[in-house]
Structures are given as structure tokens and as C-alpha cells.
Design a binder for this molecule. Structure first.
Ligand code: NDP
Length: 450
């Protein structure tokens, strides 16, 4: 296809969305180049979902080793070595990075390990000075942690640095009440750090069902995580001994060994040269796209977090796939369905959800039925652990269709992946009732709601 241009497609950013789009476009016969200024794999693989999940696994042993004794195991002296886990995780991240690179290579994709900037119509200039042209440009540069402005904010870390800490902080303040704050609070708490979460409002995980997030708050507090609400940074002062003296609104100054900020992520659009060709950027810095991931410039597309639609890896992958199939495949263009996307928070215990919360369903549908199961998992009973799970099903009373499922408890994300298929397919409460339970499981609660 590339005749007047060097490439059919030039992708900027080799994260989940960019790699999928590039690999699929190449498989459709396009001549491809990808530029990545950091590491191939992007946030999810290098400093997000994947290494985070490994830390969650590592952290959970803290509880498992205690619980094991109730099941008859004698555990000798136990200790945790952060450096061992950190380095094992990084080794696997490097392995995955290699695999991503190999995938691109085996599809004959040219990889430029440097920054790329759009410098003219269909023209990209690389950091080395090399200039190339492309028929299409795909922007898949993702997002980065947002750090609020306040005196002393140069002393904070973000999730990017959390994976590489030299040592674990004895006392850590985590700002934000969203996904990253709650996931890392659970991780650090299990490792024995004293964790405090500070959020600007009094709501954690705003988009999740109120009952489920209240349960996480309650369990987290029992586990020893402290919460400060309506607390915003005023300033941070680094003291002579290296500790951080943090002043939050409405609070006495308090000392911490580390402060991590998890207050949302902003699209990476700076320095891309978007203004050179007039690509429209929205109020939150996101690249504005239509349902087909097309920008206002007809040969420029964008997928993933840089478009700030749904900041989730599997969504970016679907957007990349749909773009590549639509532009380079032998089929009609198609759009990604962004409705009913299941999600999970890998807190301790995890949360998982699909569809409408009870509040959203009441506001949109009015007449709903809510089924709830509040139970203590069998394993927790034997372990003497007083931690209860909560499953909730929201049903449209008129049609009996399930419009939402919300869970907090062990393995909730694993269970939800299957349950989400039923909700997406529009199944009814009667369909769930007609399904025989697998006993004894936690998931059987989903077909036993009364
Ligand atoms: P979230 O959007 O989940 O939460 C942001 C938090 O920061 C909220 O509590 C919000 O408060 C607060 N906040 C927002 N802006 C400010 C500000 N200007 N000053 C102070 N506080 C602020 O963001 P995260 O950073 O935790 O995660 C970013 C995204 O990454 C998530 O939205 C998610 O899409 C993705 N992600 C997904 C994961 C998963 O799938 N398991 C894991 C990690 C990240 P309030 O709500 O009170 O306004």
C-alpha cells in the first residue's frame, strides 16, 4: 500500500492499544512503524496492571500465612523481603517487554525506540532527526499520573516509582481515593507499612456501588488503613532526616516516610505536534475522537487512555483492534461498544462490577429490584477471619433483566468475568435462577439470590 509514503501506518506509543493496532494492521498487509520513547508494552505491562497484580499476589501471602495456621499448618519464623519480590516482578516485566517487541518484529513492524513528533501533513520527525511519512497516523501515547500543584510536590512519588522503591516506607500517605490509591493501600498495608489514605472528598471509588465501596472502607479500616477525608495538600516539607512533614487541609502536620499521589491520570499529548496539523484536543487534554477513533484530521486516529474514554487496558486493545480492522481490513468499519464494561479493583479484598449501580439504576429505570447476599466465605470462617463478602444484583423490575452485578470478596474479579457475559447478553434473573449452583463456592450466591 505504501507508495508515496514511507509507511502505511505510523503508530506513536507501543502500549496495549498501539501494539494491538500495529500488529493487526500489519497482519492486514500494511507497512508499519511504531515509535516508543520508553519501554515497549506501555503502562499496563511496564508499570500498571501486570506488575501491580504480581504485588497483590505477593502481598496476600501476609494473610494466607496467618490463616494457614488455622488449617493446621505450623509456620516457622516468617519475614518478607521487598527487594526479592520487586526484582522478581521486574524480571517478568522485562520478559513481557521482550515478547511484545518480538510480536511486533515478527509482523515486520519497524520499531523506533525514540520520541516521535508530528511535524507536518503525514510527516513525523524522530528524536534522532530522521523524518518519515505515513498515510495514517495512530496516536496511542496513553496517560500519566496527575500530580496536583502545591508547595513541596516534588517530594511525592506516583505509582510509576512505587514499583522501584529501594526500601518499603514505614509510614506512607497515599493521596486519592480511586483505583490506584486503594490497590496500593492494600499492597503496602499487607507488607506491614502504616498506610494512610487522604482524599479530597469523602467518597472512595466514586463510580462503584455505594454498598460495595462502604464494605471496602470498613474492611480496610479493620485491617489498619487510616482514612482522612476532605483533606487536600497544603504543603510538604522535607526534613533533615529525609522524612516528609505533610500538611493537609483540616489536619495537623504529620510525618511520613513516603507520599504517593494517585489522583487520576492525564492524557499524554504534550510535544506530539498535534497543533501543527490541527488535531483537536478536549478540555481534559484528551484527543477528541469519534466512535471509530478518528480525530478531526481524517488520516489521524487515536486509541486508549490518550482519548480518555474508558481508561482500561482491554478497552484500549479493542479500540486498537477495531481501528486496524476498520482501516486496513477487508470489512466495514466498526465501532467499539463502550457500554457494560466490567471492571475490578484489586484491593484487599477485591471489588468487581458490571453494569449499573443501584443508584444509577434507580435514577434511570425507576422500578428496580435489588438482591443482596452478605456472607462470610467458608475459608474466612475456618481462618477465624471476620471479613464478610457482599454480592449485589440489580434487576429491571419490568423486564426481569439483570442490569448490574457488584461484588466485593475473594476472587470477585475472576467470578465477575463470567457473570459479565450474562449481563452483557441481557439475561434475566430467571435465567440465573434456572442455573444449578456449584456447591460449595462463593460464586453460587449469584444463582441463589432470594
Ligand atoms: P481514579 O480516577 O480512580 O481516582 C482519582 C482519585 O483522585 C479520586 O478519589 C478523586 O477524588 C481524586 N482526585 C481527582 N482529581 C484530584 C485533584 N485534582 N486533587 C485531589 N484529588 C483528586 O484515578 P487513579 O489515579 O486511581 O487511576 C487512574 C485510572 O487508571 C482509573 O480511573 C482507571 O481507569 C485506571 N486504573 C484501573 C485499574 C484497574 O482496572 N484495576 C487499576 C489502576 C488504574 P474524588 O473522586 O473524590 O473527586
Amino acid at each position: 500500500m505504501a507508495d508515496t509514503y514511507d509507511f502505511d501506518l505510523f503508530t506513536i506509543g507501543a502500549g496495549s492499544g498501539g501494539v494491538r493496532a500495529s500488529r493487526v494492521a500489519a497482519a492486514h498487509g500494511a507497512k508499519l512503524a511504531v515509535a516508543e520513547e520508553y519501554r515497549v508494552g506501555g503502562t499496563c505491562v511496564i508499570r500498571g496492571c501486570v506488575p501491580k497484580k504480581m504485588l497483590v499476589y505477593g502481598a496476600h501471602f501476609a494473610e494466607d500465612l496467618v490463616d494457614a495456621q488455622h488449617f493446621g499448618w505450623t509456620i516457622g519464623e516468617k519475614s518478607f523481603d521487598w527487594a526479592t519480590l520487586r526484582d522478581s516482578v521486574q524480571q517478568d516485566v522485562s520478559r513481557l517487554e521482550g515478547l511484545y517487541g518480538q510480536t511486533l518484529g515478527s509482523h515486520d513492524v519497524t520499531i523506533f525506540n525514540e520520541r516521535a513528533t508530528i511535524t507536518g501533513d503525514h510527516e513525523i520527525t524522530l528524536a534522532s532527526g530522521k523524518v518519515v511519512t505515513a498515510r495514517y497516523i495512530l496516536i496511542a501515547t496513553g496517560a500519566r499520573p496527575f500530580v496536583p500543584q502545591f508547595p513541596g510536590n516534588e517530594h511525592v512519588i506516583t505509582s510509576n516509582e512505587a514499583f522501584h522503591l529501594e526500601t518499603l516506607p514505614k509510614r506512607i500517605l497515599i493521596a486519592g481515593g480511586g483505583y490506584i490509591a486503594n490497590e496500593f493501600a492494600g499492597i503496602f498495608n499487607e507488607f506491614g507499612c502504616k498506610v494512610t489514605i487522604a482524599n479530597r472528598s469523602d467518597t472512595i471509588l466514586r463510580s462503584y456501588d455505594a454498598s460495595v465501596r462502604d464494605r471496602l472502607l470498613q474492611i480496610s479500616m479493620v485491617k489498619g488503613i487510616a482514612f482522612l477525608f476532605h483533606a487536600e495538600f497544603e504543603h510538604i516539607e522535607k526534613q533533615a532526616d529525609g522524612t516528609l512533614l505533610v500538611t493537609l487541609s483540616g489536619q495537623e502536620p504529620c510525618e511520613y516516610d513516603a507520599v504517593m499521589v494517585a489522583t487520576g491520570r492525564v492524557p499524554n499529548v504534550e510535544g506530539l505536534g498535534l497543533e501543527t496539523i490541527g488535531v483537536e484536543v478536549g478540555k481534559r487534554g484528551e484527543i477528541v475522537v469519534d466512535a471509530f477513533s478518528r480525530t478531526n484530521v481524517d488520516y489521524v486516529y487515536a486509541v486508549g487512555d490518550v482519548t480518555d474514554r474508558v481508561q482500561l487496558t482491554p478497552v484500549a486493545i479493542r479500540e486498537g483492534q477495531a481501528f486496524a480492522d476498520s482501516v486496513f481490513g477487508d470489512r466495514e468499519p466498526y465501532a467499539v461498544d463502550h457500554s457494560c464494561v466490567p471492571s475490578a479493583v484489586f484491593s484487599h479484598p477485591p471489588i468487581a462490577a458490571v453494569g449499573m449501580t443501584e443508584g444509577e439504576a434507580r435514577n434511570t429505570l425507576g422500578n428496580i429490584k435489588v438482591y443482596q447476599s452478605d456472607f462470610r466465605p467458608m475459608k474466612n470462617v475456618v481462618a477465624g477471619r471476620n471479613e464478610r463478602s457482599l454480592y449485589k444484583m440489580i434487576v429491571d423490575a419490568g423486564s426481569d433483566r439483570i442490569v448490574g452485578i457488584h461484588m466485593i470478596g475473594p476472587e470477585a474479579p475472576e467470578i465477575m468475568q463470567a457473570a459479565a457475559i450474562a449481563v452483557k447478553a441481557g439475561l434475566t434473573k430467571a435465567d440465573f435462577d434456572a442455573t444449578v449452583a456449584i456447591h460449595p463456592t462463593m460464586a453460587e450466591e449469584l444463582v441463589l439470590f432470594k
